[in-house]
Design a binder for this molecule. Structure first.
Ligand SMILES: [Ca+2]
Length: 180
């Protein structure tokens, strides 16, 4: 064995030992894992149309079969902010937002909240090993960045919410997202 290789192996053993001896770092904020918090949150249906609650503008919509019953559901993103006569959005410092799934006469309000200085977006995706589409709601307020996944839960007849990321709950130290 060449001395150079021997030295490299010795170094690797030393580094491995050092890593093994490191104490397990505790989360400084003593937070639960992110997905523990909203794991059991189920958004149940209502018969009352939540869009009647002062929603002024529909920003986006998409139709897909979210529960695989052969019929498409409608996903709509609304805001209380209005458009001016030129069709441009007139944003306030904060406004109410609504992301609703309409399934026939039933409504599921996945997000229904006031968002200060921010925007809400949604993605619809198919994950590997998950036959149902996943709706990802992105809330970006400048001070906070949050991702929540929603998937239909047949047993509980609602949409299960899983918090994927919330910069408010973790000790994040850097982002390259502009404006933070
Ligand atoms: Ca359906």
């Amino acid at each position: 064995m060449k001395p150079g290789i021997f030295r490299v192996i010795l170094l690797m053993i030393a580094v491995t030992s050092l890593i093994a001896c490191q104490p397990i770092k505790k989360n400084p904020m003593n937070q639960q894992p992110l997905n523990e918090k909203t794991k059991d949150t189920i958004i149940q249906a209502t018969e009352k149309d939540p869009r009647q609650n002062s929603m002024a503008t529909k920003l986006s919509e998409f139709a897909v079969d979210l529960d695989l019953d052969g019929e498409e559901e409608k996903i709509e993103l609304h805001t209380a902010a209005e458009r001016n006569k030129n069709g441009e959005m007139v944003w306030d410092d904060g406004q109410k937002w609504l992301l609703v799934v309409q399934d026939g006469d039933l409504y599921y309000s996945l997000l229904d909240e006031y968002v200060q200085l921010g925007q809400v977006y949604f993605n619809v995706s198919y994950y590997d090993n998950e036959p149902l589409p996943t709706i990802t709601v992105i809330t970006d307020t400048g001070a906070n960045f949050k991702l929540v996944n929603y998937v239909y839960d047949k047993a509980q007849k609602g949409y299960s919410a899983e918090l994927v990321y919330d910069s408010k709950d973790i000790n994040h130290i850097f982002t390259s997202i502009p404006s933070y």
